[in-house]
Design a protein around this ligand. Structure first.
Ligand code: ZN
Length: 93
């Protein structure tokens, strides 16, 4: 049996971290990045497997409208959770 390290053209998905063959790559990107938390910049080459690329495309397709709806839903859930913690889950909503 061939060792994983001996297989040609291997890479890993930059999103899920799963090892993939070249023919399993769905997309690749190369360019500059800014890390706002660490206050650094750099260059990065990333590749994505089919599943992760599909997720990225779906998120991009929704754009700001879908992102805003997700944030509002999350904040609404947070408020309900806080109300449940303070007054119990049967409190009027
Ligand atoms: Zn992936």
């Amino acid at each position: 049996m061939e060792e994983i390290e001996d297989l040609p053209l291997m890479d890993y998905c930059s999103f899920c971290g799963f090892m993939i063959n070249n023919f399993e790559k769905a997309a690749a990107m190369s360019g500059n990045f800014v890390d706002f938390n660490r206050k650094t910049t750099g260059e990065m080459n990333v590749v994505f497997c089919c599943e992760c690329w599909a997720i990225i495309l779906e998120v991009e397709e929704g754009g700001m409208r879908a992102a805003t709806a997700k944030r509002r839903a999350c904040e609404s859930n947070d408020k309900e959770d806080k109300r449940d913690r303070e007054h119990g889950p049967d409190a009027e909503k």
